[in-house]
Structure formats: structure tokens, C-alpha cells
Design a protein. Structure first.
Lengths: 257, 564
């Protein structure tokens, strides 16, 4: 692990109207880290991810990726990043091959190597027989696989995964978990954003907990366990102020009386 | 066809590169977008699985055919006998308005394709490339349309001004097209810079509604209001304001080269303006207006979720008119649910409003059209003539066309999949939802509209027509219910939007129209006896009540369930 951070976020703030979504967020991420980014709904997770992926250009503060500033060189940063969005938006009248061809060429890849890689990836993800079918007939999981491939096709240094396992079956989940660890070993930095605590617990070597636009916990799973509780789920609910989930359940049951 | 256009775009590469566009990326984006356009028609409909593959070719050709047909009607103008400039200026005005209209209605879907946000923005593509790709995408679409629309004009001008005028006319068509693109672009970009994203979409859709009403009104009313034979004596260029009209610049090119005898220095200036301005416009859009374009678009896509919540919280806890009326009109819980869901969705769904609202304006326009057709020297004469006649019967029954439009669209929605709840919940008689829906349509749209039209009619013809209005209301409610029974086969907002209707449905709705016309005719026969009309109201009230009663009893067998 190198000493210079690949992603530096300094005093990042973002507001929608009067509502402050991110409050002076500062963060260093180092190459090869698998960062688990968790937090309750509306905590500012997606906003951070979207700013990092270059989807939200107006924000306050500074974001540096590999020495490039997001405000000045967004294109250089976008070349380094592979982003798999949460909502499976895809041009679904295209076939996977056409879609990957399109995305790859936007990254300026050569057609021959692009097609070769796309084919290999489609085969590896178990979509070999669907290469030339239109994606509007695909299941959610199949589309998710295509999105994952589109996110890594240009061999990016940083991979941002926003809830990447939605709709995937158990086998695919195991495969993706394995893939994340292998990619990290290759020196890729992975920004993993999810609500599934058990998976974050397993794949991430650094966990960030964000609540109401602020980071409230930062460390390895082990260090978080020592200070707080024994599972990530418990740590999560303790730190985000929902410790008494038992009484909430009581209230729900009582509503039927 | 697409390949030709893509090849054409590569000619522009040197210019585009100067403004900072990545031409390789541009080519790829355009290629994919055009490919998607071609595939869209049959991919959009859920019915595609049942439909044979042969549909694929059909729809684009049909659309092309109609475009050529419209072009043919437009080119008839060229045959008019009038002074210099007039004919072509008129033609190009209509041409540009048609173009701008198509642009505005298609621009929204292309510009605010929310998927672009997640597919294009994370990639290393700069603002200019994306903005220019959007403009060119639209341009190619429009160019195809322009060529089809201009084709009859091209042939026509060959006969009028000789074969040399044909290539010239082609250039003129291009000028008109580029100018339309440019002006619509400016409107869009300015709107996006000055208006909040939420309002933007609304403004655009009201724009569209207004425009379609305008077109309709011009089509019906303009020929009645102006005198064609007077055109011959108008000298357009004697009016200073005429110099500012883009169609005049375009026409000047023809004047300069085809009729040099009657053209002057000013004609030359105008012609040059018409030639250079579209090019300057394209450059201006790419260089000045496009930067920051994506920023605004990103705001549109991201801010939506946040601003919505603020609006909704305000209303909670307040007295609700819908709840109160719903309780009285549709007391059954399931019926009440159907009533409220229809009311709220109809009032809030943009695409539904777009389809239905214009028809509200069509009926008065129709009526004015017929009123203008009545004999009489001047306006007051015509009004007298109108008051003595019984044409109000015609007007009242025409109101039922609104019911048809609303009913035709009420079961369709692009978010039809949300209707799974109807199929998942234990609803024994979907007829209850349908009757709730029908009552909502009547109270939300039909009754208010009818009251407004009714008061206008009473104001013109006097209070003795009230009985006719009441009877007509009952009759058209029955008509509406019949339409609902035979045509509306789905629950509210539960079916995908389908462009073309089956032949059977067309015949049914035609039969309905004849039916309502027949009833209206019978009504006008009975009008001599005022008392009869009053008496007729009673049995029709009974029939209406009975029909509601049976309408409610519809079972799932009568409803087409769409696979969700």
C-alpha cells in the first residue's frame, strides 16, 4: 500500500436548496483499499458517490483523484474511474455487445482489443449465449452483470460500486465478492457502497460510516468491533441512533391492536 | 439512411474539433442514438412478444408516408397566385412552424433522457461533445423529416420556376431547418438557464399543448379570416417588419436567383443573411450556449427527488376536496379507491394531460369555425343568425368528444407496471374501480367543462335551453359509459401506451360517434316541444342510474390484464 492517497476529499459540502446533504467531508483513500461506505438512507452516500463519479459538478470543497482536481480536470478523473450505478439505467434496446462497444469507444479503446475483452468478460459473467440478444428481455441480474462489465471494461484504477449486488443470484454474489478481493490485490481501489452489512463486513478492509452528511466512524472492521459492538449491523444501528430497534418492532406490532 | 447522415457529420469534423468536440466520441454517441431510435417503436410496447416481426418495417414507413402527405398539402400554397415573396414566405413560415413543433415535442424526450446521466456522464466525455451530439441527433432526425416534408415542394417548384429552382429550393429547405433548430435551441437553453428544473418540464409541456391548439386553430380559422384573393395585392417588402422574418430571408434566395428582374440590393442582403445565419447559429450554440449545459441537466436529474418531498408535506392534514366529494359520489371503499387514484393520477400525470388538454380547446374552435360559416354580412348578422338557429345542440353534443378523448387515454400510462397492485389485491369486482374511475372523469373534467360550455350557451341562447342541456348531459354520460364499456378494457393507468389502435377499436369508436350523432339529431327533432324534453329527462336519469349499477358489476373476464 502506497503512502500517497489516490483519492483526496477536502471539506466537501453539498446542499440542495437549504438542505445540507454533505457537511465538510474530508477523506483520504489509498491505492489498493477496499472501502466499505455505509450509512442510513438519506445520509449522503449517493451524493458522495455521484460527486466522485463526476455526475454532480457543482459542489463546495475539493476532490482530487490521482493528483487531478475534479473541478479542473473531470475528464482525466473519469478515465481512471469505473462506475456501476445503483439504479440500473442502461440503453436496453441494444445488445450487451453493442452497449459495451459503445462504452469502450467512449473511453477511446481500440476496437479489436475492446471486442476481445468484452467477449471474454461476457463469457466470464455467464452471458455468452446472450451476447447478441437485446437487453430489454434481460432479467435485473443480467442487466446488472452488463453494468458491472461496463464499469470495468477500460481497466480502471478506481472502481465505484453502488449497491452492485442487487438482483444477482447467490452464485453471482460469491463471484463478485471474490472478484472484489482479486481486484484489490491487483492494486485497484474499490469504493463499495451498500446496505448489505454482512457483505461489507467481509469484503471491505476499511469501513466508513456516514450519517447526516458526516463521517461518524472510520476504521477496519476489527477496530470498529472493539469500540462498539460485535457485528457491523449492531455497530451501524448503535452509531446511527437506532439502538432500540426492539421497541420500534413493538410499536409496529401494537399498531394492529 | 443513418449511414449517409453519419458520413455527412464527418464532413463537419474540422469545424467541430475547433470548438472542442471529440469527434470519435461524437460519432459513437450518434451511432448508438440513431440505432436506438430505429429500434424504439417495437421495443417500447409490451405487445411486441405477440406481434409478428413484420411490424418492424411498417411503422416508420407509415410515418414517412404521412409526413410526405402533409408536405403535399403545404406545397399547394406554392400554387397560389400572389405578389413576390408572399407565396414562399407563407410556405416557409408553415414549414418552420411545423419543424419547430416537432422539435419541441421530440426535444424533451431526447434532452431529458435520464439514462444519459448515468451512462454518458461518468465517462470521459466533455460537455461540448454531449451537447453537440444532442443537437446533431435532433438535427439528423429533423433533416430526415425536413426532406420528406419538403419533397412535394421540391417537385412543385420544379414545375413553377423551372428545373434550376429545385436544387435552390433544397438549399432553402436546409436553411429553414437549421434556423428552426437554432431558434428552438435558444429557447431551450435560455429556459434551462433561467427556470427551475421542475418548472422546465411543465413549461415545455404547456408549450406543446399551446402549440397544438394553435396549429389546430390556424388550420380551421385562418382561411375563414383572411381573403386569399387579397394576397395578390400585398407588397410584403413595403412593411419594415418583414425584413426581420426568417422566412423572408429564405425566400429572398429564390427571388435573387430565379427572378433577378424584380430583385434589388435588399434582396441580395436578405439572401446572404438567410444563408449565413444558420451557420453562425450552429457555431453560437456549440461555442457559447453549450458549455454548462450538462450542469443544468445534471441538476434536473438530481434535484427532482429532493424538491418533491417539500411539496407533499405541505398538503397533509388539510381539508381535501377530493376526499369530501369522493365520500359522497363513490362511497364503496373499492370504488372510492378507484375514484381517488384516477383523480390524482389524471391531474398529476404530464403525458396524460398532454394528450387530453388540447381537446378541451378544440371544441370551441370547431364551434367558432361553424359559426363563421354561417351566412351574414358582418359579425352581428352572423350572431343573430346563430341565435335563431339550433346549432347549440351541436355544440353540446360535441362536448362528449372530450369524454372520448379522456376515456381513450385513461387506461394508458408509461408507468403501467405500477398497476400490479390491482392484480395482487383481493378485488372481487374490478367494475367498482372502473365506476370510480368513470365518476372521477365526470366530476374532474366533464362536469366542469360542461358547466362552462352550458353557461356560455345559456348566455347566448337564453334560459329556455336549460332542459336541452340537462338532457344532453345525461345522454352523453350514457354515451361515455358505453364508450367505457366497449373501448376502455383496462383499469386506470394500467396499460402500456400503444401508438396505433386495432382496427376493431376504430370501428367501435366510429359506431359510437354515429350513435351520438343520431341521438343529437333525434334531440333536435324533439326540440319543438319544450315539455317533451323535460319529460325525457326522467327516463334518461333512470337509464344512467341503471347503467352505473351494471357497470359496477364488471368482472375480471371483461378486463384485459397486461402482463406486468
Amino acid at each position: 500500500m502506497s503512502d500517497t492517497p489516490i483519492i483526496q476529499i477536502r471539506n466537501l459540502s453539498k446542499s440542495y436548496g437549504s438542505k445540507l446533504v454533505l457537511k465538510n467531508l474530508s477523506l483520504d483513500i489509498f491505492p489498493g483499499q477496499v472501502l466499505g461506505y455505509i450509512g442510513p438512507n438519506g445520509a449522503g452516500k449517493s451524493t458522495t458517490v455521484k460527486i466522485l463519479a463526476g455526475l454532480i459538478p457543482d459542489f463546495e470543497g475539493e476532490v482530487f483523484v490521482n493528483g487531478f482536481s475534479m473541478a479542473d480536470d473531470p475528464l482525466e478523473i473519469k478515465k481512471l474511474i469505473g462506475y456501476v450505478p445503483e439504479n440500473a439505467e442502461i440503453y436496453d434496446v441494444l445488445t450487451p455487445m453493442e452497449y459495451l462497444d459503445f462504452i469502450g469507444k467512449l473511453y477511446g479503446m481500440e476496437e479489436a482489443s475492446l471486442h476481445d475483452r468484452a467477449k471474454k468478460l461476457l463469457v466470464a459473467f455467464g452471458l455468452a449465449s446472450n451476447t447478441d440478444d437485446r437487453m430489454d428481455t434481460f432479467s435485473k441480474g443480467m442487466k446488472q452483470k452488463v453494468l458491472l462489465i461496463a464499469g470495468i471494461i477500460h481497466n480502471p484504477k478506481i472502481i465505484i460500486l453502488d449497491e452492485p449486488l442487487s438482483g444477482l443470484d447467490a452464485n453471482a454474489v460469491i463471484m463478485i465478492k471474490e472478484l472484489i478481493m482479486r481486484l484489490a490485490k491487483e492494486g485497484k481501489t474499490i469504493f463499495y457502497c451498500s446496505h448489505m452489512m454482512d457483505i461489507v463486513e467481509k469484503v471491505a478492509d476499511r469501513i466508513l460510516l456516514i450519517n447526516k452528511g458526516e463521517i461518524i466512524a472510520d476504521g477496519t472492521f476489527e477496530s470498529l468491533k472493539q469500540n462498539h459492538s460485535d457485528t457491523l449491523e449492531r455497530i451501524f444501528s448503535k452509531l446511527t441512533g437506532r439502538e432500540d430497534s426492539g421497541s420500534e418492532a413493538d410499536a409496529i406490532i401494537n399498531a394492529f391492536d | 439512411m443513418n449511414k449517409i447522415f453519419l458520413r455527412f457529420v464527418t464532413f463537419l469534423n474540422p469545424v467541430l474539433e475547433n470548438t472542442g468536440v471529440d469527434t470519435d466520441q461524437l460519432y459513437q454517441i450518434l451511432k448508438v442514438k440513431l440505432l436506438m431510435d430505429d429500434r424504439r417503436p417495437n421495443a417500447m410496447f409490451a405487445a411486441r412478444r405477440n406481434a409478428a416481426n413484420s411490424n418492424k418495417v411498417q411503422s416508420p414507413w407509415l410515418i414517412s408516408f404521412f409526413t410526405v402527405l402533409i408536405g403535399l398539402f403545404m406545397s399547394m400554397i406554392l400554387l397560389l397566385n400572389a405578389g413576390p415573396y408572399i407565396v414562399q414566405t407563407l410556405y416557409f413560415t408553415i414549414f418552420m412552424v411545423m419543424m419547430a413543433l416537432t422539435l419541441i415535442s421530440d426535444f424533451t424526450t431526447v434532452l431529458i433522457d435520464s439514462r444519459d446521466q448515468f451512462i454518458l456522464l461518468p465517462r470521459p466525455v466533455n460537455d461540448r461533445t454531449i451537447a453537440v451530439s444532442r443537437i446533431l441527433h435532433i438535427s439528423i432526425y429533423v433533416l430526415r423529416l425536413a426532406l420528406l416534408q419538403g419533397l412535394p415542394g421540391l417537385v412543385m417548384i420544379g414545375f413553377i420556376d423551372g428545373i434550376l429552382a429545385v436544387p435552390l429550393f433544397f438549399v432553402q429547405i436546409l436553411e429553414a431547418t437549421f434556423l428552426s433548430i437554432f431558434s428552438v435551441n435558444i429557447i431551450y437553453l435560455l429556459l434551462m438557464k433561467s427556470v427551475s428544473p421542475q418548472k422546465f418540464k411543465d413549461i415545455i409541456s404547456y408549450f406543446q399543448i399551446g402549440f397544438s391548439v394553435l396549429i389546430f386553430a390556424t388550420y380551421y380559422l385562418l382561411p375563414r379570416l383572411i381573403n386569399v384573393s387579397a394576397l395578390e395585392h400585398i407588397s410584403l417588402l413595403s412593411h419594415r417588419w418583414a425584413y426581420a422574418l426568417p422566412p423572408v430571408w429564405i425566400t429572398a434566395l429564390n427571388e435573387l436567383l430565379m427572378h433577378p428582374g424584380r430583385s434589388s440590393f435588399i434582396t441580395g442582403v436578405l439572401a446572404v443573411t438567410g444563408f449565413t445565419l444558420p451557420l453562425i447559429g450552429l457555431w453560437f450554440v456549440a461555442k457559447v450556449l453549450a458549455p454548462g449545459f450538462n450542469r443544468r441537466l445534471a441538476v434536473i436529474a438530481t434535484s427532482e427527488g429532493n424538491s418533491d418531498s417539500a411539496v407533499n408535506t405541505k398538503k397533509a392534514g388539510k381539508f381535501s376536496f377530493i376526499d369530501a366529494t369522493g365520500k359522497i359520489i363513490a362511497p364503496d371503499p373499492i370504488e372510492n379507491a378507484g375514484f381517488k387514484i384516477t383523480w390524482k393520477l389524471a391531474a398529476r400525470t404530464r403525458e396524460f394531460k398532454m394528450k387530453v388538454y388540447p381537446s378541451f380547446a378544440y371544441i370551441p374552435i370547431y364551434f367558432i369555425y361553424f359559426a363563421l360559416n354561417t351566412k351574414g354580412e358582418n359579425l352581428s348578422d352572423r350572431l343573430d343568425e346563430l341565435q335563431n338557429g339550433h346549432s347549440y345542440i351541436f355544440l353540446i353534443y360535441m362536448c362528449s368528444l372530450i369524454l372520448t378523448t379522456v376515456l381513450m387515454n385513461i387506461s394508458m400510462s408509461s408507468k403501467y407496471k405500477s398497476a400490479w397492485v390491482y392484480y395482487a389485491l383481493p378485488i372481487d369486482k374490478p367494475g367498482k374501480i372502473l365506476s370510480g374511475m368513470f365518476k372521477a372523469i365526470i366530476t374532474l373534467y366533464y362536469l366542469p367543462y360542461f358547466l362552462v360550455m352550458g353557461s356560455v350557451i345559456v348566455a347566448v341562447w337564453g334560459p329556455q335551453v336549460i332542459n336541452d342541456i340537462i338532457l344532453a348531459f345525461l345522454v352523453s354520460t350514457i354515451y361515455g359509459m358505453l364508450t367505457a364499456l366497449f373501448i376502455v378494457k383496462g383499469l386506470p393507468f394500467s396499460r402500456p401506451v400503444i401508438a396505433k389502435q386495432g382496427g376493431g377499436r376504430m370501428i367501435t369508436s366510429f359506431a359510437m360517434l354515429i350513435f351520438i350523432g343520431g341521438i343529437g339529431f333525434l334531440h333536435s327533432l324533439l326540440m319543438k316541444w319544450e315539455m317533451v324534453i323535460w319529460i325525457m329527462i326522467a327516463p334518461f336519469l333512470l337509464i344512467t342510474w341503471l347503467m352505473f349499477h351494471y357497470y359496477k358489476k364488471q368482472t375480471w373476464d371483461n378486463i384485459q390484464v397486461v402482463e406486468v
